[in-house]
Design a protein around this ligand. Structure first.
Ligand SMILES: *Cc1c(COP(=O)(O)O)cnc(C)c1O
Length: 872
């Protein structure tokens, strides 16, 4: 059995699914019509039917009465409840279902239009989509927020409370997954024909609890209540095979054919998530796959009386999409993870190929119709899978197929850190995907022959660029396979893309030339990260610019610059910030019990995944240094110390010992400082548990200062740096990732940079190893305070301190510490001059136009995908 012998499904949506069965022309099939057929369809359906369909065509709500009618109908029918037992959860669901009705009619129109226009499409393959909540976003993007707010009030509820009922769709770890979410928003808003493909995990990223200062992971069963934002398409069933063996035989012309005979089969079932564009009818699709058992059954076992074992395989099928792997920027190498990757890639490609085949174009036109973007190396198996489909199943010649493959794919790299690059053991690949391994070997062979020809006798080069790493146990280097199988490779910020070319992919630049390697600096969607997260600021901006148009063309924010010195505007601006801080103070009280009595002090925030390279340890050491300074200050000196609140948040991978220790240290420091009567309101330290998208929407708008302080050269781009600046925060940061471009856009005066530069980092590490290094006194004092028990058991943090003092200080904490403290002194000084600070804040926001994900998508569309928007 190969995975292409499958039972056709019977979907009926406008998109038109299913196989090409022999059929009389223009007869409606359960599988939908082909693009050519749709064009002439009206003439074929009898007039009477057409009229009836038209008469009862579903209409979107456009006024309060329309919404309220939909709401009540959903309470009474969809939910089978009534006015007497409609609680907030039910009201949230009725609101969502009513909103969803509008989305689905627009979704249908969009998909129909995309099918008839038949333009080139992009498919964005991402193992993570960190979507957060959908309702508020849908209300905003469809321009129904005010209407629904009023209606919900009339029905006896408060919209804000209903929004709180929705669980986050947290199907991602951090930046990479959130990037994918921002991108599909921009694809829809820009009217690009594009779909996302991912996995519908039953458990998203774990929920983080803090118990006695330690991170404790609890499952995030986000599908506890029915999810109004997904459309189950149970009829779309794609078989995916694993294991088994490969058979080789010669065909009539003596050509060797390979057939993969799979050993275990799982079914991929589609769930569709409509993605509405901002103030546009356009609704794109995010298709997530869920693993289900086959209905096939092991009769041999059953007949021998082994019923239990005959159903065992079925039970394990679901485990494939049960959980998201909770590692950020780190590869764990587990078999189930590779199974997830192939399951997803196989189902998605099958879906894409099926859709293409319906157009009856020749295979050579495949890359003219389809672009596939690989978000990191996670979907790299799509390269050998497409080659397999074309060669083994469709009978194309190798070279012809390979030309199609390389023209179709683009690969986005997200890290230069060696330890984060994906590698899979050959032995595992051979067992799980035997035919794919053969194909990878052939791809490698032809590639190395090409390299050999171009650089004869350079044996070193051949082993350096080989897809197969010849270690004691051989590995497949997924990044190399992704480069070789794509026509473009991009980094995600200018510095990062330059580093790719000069470090980890240097050899490939020599082989392919520099033009294959490009940059698309990341961005974020201003609909969620400005309008939704910060309604106060959005309203103020609108009052100055005269409309919401800036949310579609973020460069219009530039006009704000002319008000940067306007005192009245500055006052309003400061008031918005203060209101947002008050909102955050309430959240902090609710989640931690910590009270911040005066919100009108500097809020200094670092929220992101906890990782040594992101250097939360540097931040908390800086906080301790400040604490020590307060403790020894004379009364006059105390007067001069700027009061501030230091806020942390973020999850550690469950198996990442050092990151978890950093969380514990932050909580221990928080406990000690917040309860030290000497300190009072001069310094508060808060760790907000369970950082996620919906919390980010409250936290980010409240910052005066945020920290983006990775060791130079380690953070590919960062996106929360952009979110903070777009919300009027200033940042303290290293010369890393997109901080560089933020500085270019906003000006050096409006950002606090510090630390060593990327080009020096390797040398400094080398010096650490061979000539030793010195810990600055300020940092020694911090270590002493920790060790002498100022923050609970000092011994507990020994490994963290030792990693810096004695084990090479890989992340250059000691080297950057003084520079970091000095930057903070400049911050304090600058904050004293509130007028100047607010001016910086306004100028920053005015210059964030470049960081809209709309700009990224346009760059991808023009430079990599070659796709165009669909005109209405
Ligand atoms: C934006 C975002 C991130 C990425 O933050 P970085 O600071 O760029 O690493 C992570 N998690 C959530 C919830 C986000 O919204």
């Amino acid at each position: 059995m190969s995975s292409y012998n499958f039972t056709p499904g019977s979907p009926t949506s406008a998109e038109g699914f299913g196989e090409e069965l022999p059929h009389p022309k223009h007869v409606r099939r359960f599988t939908g019509f082909s693009p050519a057929e749709i064009k002439s369809i009206d003439s074929v359906i009898p007039l009477k039917s057409r009229e009836t369909w038209k008469k009862f065509a579903v209409e979107n709500f456009t006024d309060n009465a329309g919404f309220e009618k939909g709401f009540v109908r959903h309470v009474e029918t969809t939910l089978a409840r009534s006015i007497y037992n409609c609680d907030e959860l039910a009201a949230y669901q009725a609101t969502s279902n009513t909103m969803r009705d509008n989305l689905i009619t627009n979704w249908n129109k969009t998909q129909q239009k995309q099918t008839t226009k038949d333009q080139k499409r992009v498919y964005y393959l991402s193992l993570e989509f960190l979507m957060g909540r959908a309702l508020d976003n849908a209300l905003i993007n469809t321009d129904n927020r005010e209407l629904v707010d009023a209606s919900v009030d009339e029905l006896g509820f408060k919209l804000e409370d209903l929004l709180e009922q929705e669980p986050d769709a947290a199907l991602g770890n951090g930046g990479l997954g959130r990037l994918a979410a921002c991108f599909i928003d921009s694809l829809s808003t820009g009217k690009y024909p594009g779909w996302g493909y991912g996995l519908r995990y039953q458990y998203g990223i774990f929920a983080q609890k803090i118990i006695d200062g330690y991170q404790v992971e609890t499952p995030d069963y986000w599908l506890k209540f029915s999810n109004p934002w997904e459309i189950p398409r149970k009829e779309i069933q794609i078989p995916v095979d694993f294991y088994g063996h490969v058979e080789h035989h010669k065909d009539a012309h003596g050509k060797v054919k390979s057939t993969w005979v799979g050993g275990e089969r799982v079914i991929a079932v589609a769930y569709d998530f409509p993605v509405p564009g901002y103030k546009s009818e356009n609704v794109n699709n995010l298709r997530l796959w869920s693993a289900e058992p086959t209905t096939e059954f092991d009769f041999a076992k059953f007949n021998s009386g082994d019923y239990q074992n005959s159903v065992r395989g079925q039970q394990s099928a679901e485990s494939i999409t049960a959980v998201l792997y909770p590692n950020d920027n780190f590869d764990s190498g587990k078999e189930l993870r590779l199974k997830q990757q192939y399951f997803w890639v196989c189902a998605s490609l099958h879906d894409i190929v099926r859709r293409f085949k319906k157009t009856k174009r020749p295979w050579s036109e495949f890359p003219e119709q389809i672009a596939i973007q690989l978000n990191d190396t996670h979907p790299t198996l799509a390269i050998p899978e497409l080659q397999r489909v074309l060669v083994d199943l469709e009978g194309l010649e190798w070279d012809e197929a390979w030309a199609i493959v390389t023209e179709t794919f683009g690969y986005t790299n997200h890290t230069v850190m060696q330890e984060a690059l994906e590698k899979w053991p050959v032995s595992l690949m051979e067992r799980l995907l035997p035919r794919h391994l053969e194909i990878i070997y052939d791809i490698n062979l032809f590639f190395l022959q090409h390299v050999e020809k171009k650089f004869p006798k350079d044996r070193d080069l051949l082993s350096r660029v080989s897809i197969v790493e010849e270690a004691s146990a051989k590995n497949i280097r997924m990044a190399y396979l992704a480069i070789i199988g794509s026509h473009k490779v991009n980094g995600v910020a200018e510095l990062h893309s330059e580093l790719l070319k000069t470090t980890i992919f240097k050899d490939f630049v020599n082989i392919y030339g520099a033009s294959k390697f490009t940059n698309v600096t990341n961005g974020i969607t201003p609909r969620r990260w400005l309008r939704q997260a910060n309604p106060g600021l959005a309203a103020l901006i609108k009052s100055k610019l005269g409309s919401d148009d800036y949310l579609k063309d973020l460069t219009l924010l530039k006009e704000l610059e002319q008000y940067a010195d306007d005192e009245e505007f500055q006052k309003q601006w400061a008031q918005v910030k203060l209101d947002n801080k008050i909102r955050l103070v309430a959240l902090i009280k609710k989640l931690t019990g910590i009270e911040i009595k005066n919100p009108d002090v500097l809020f200094d925030i670092q929220v992101k995944r906890i990782h040594e390279y992101k250097r939360q340890q540097l931040n908390i050491f800086g906080v301790i240094a400040r604490y020590l300074q307060i403790k020894k200050a004379s009364p006059e000196e105390r007067e001069k110390i700027l009061p501030k609140v230091c806020i942390f948040g973020g999850k550690s991978a469950p198996g990442y010992y050092m990151a978890k220790l950093i969380i514990k240290l932050i909580n221990s420091v928080s406990e000690a400082i917040n309860n030290d009567p000497d300190v009072g309101d001069l310094l508060k330290v808060v760790f907000i548990p369970d950082y996620n998208v919906s919390k980010a929407e409250v936290i980010i708008p409240a910052s005066d200062l945020s920290e983006h302080i990775s060791t130079a050269g380690t953070e590919a781009s960062g996106t929360s740096n952009m979110k903070f600046v777009m919300n009027g925060g200033l940042i303290i940061g290293t010369v890393d990732g997109a901080n560089v471009e933020l500085t270019r856009e906003c000006g050096e005066d409006n950002i606090f940079l510090f630390g060593h530069l990327a080009e020096r980092v390797e040398d400094i590490r080398h010096e650490h190893r061979f000539s030793g290094y010195k810990i600055p006194e300020t940092l020694e004092a911090v270590f002493d305070a920790i060790e002498n028990g100022s923050f609970g058991n000092g011994d507990e943090f020994r490994t963290l301190i030792d990693s810096i003092k004695y084990q090479g200080d890989h992340y250059l904490v000691s080297d950057d510490f003084e520079s970091y403290l000095q930057a903070h002194e400049l911050v304090d000084e600058a904050y004293l001059d509130q007028k100047a600070w607010i001016k910086k804040s306004i100028i920053n926001v005015a210059n964030t136009g470049f960081f809209s994900s709309d700009r990224c998508i346009q760059e991808y569309a023009e430079g990599i995908w070659n796709i165009e928007p669909i005109e209405q």
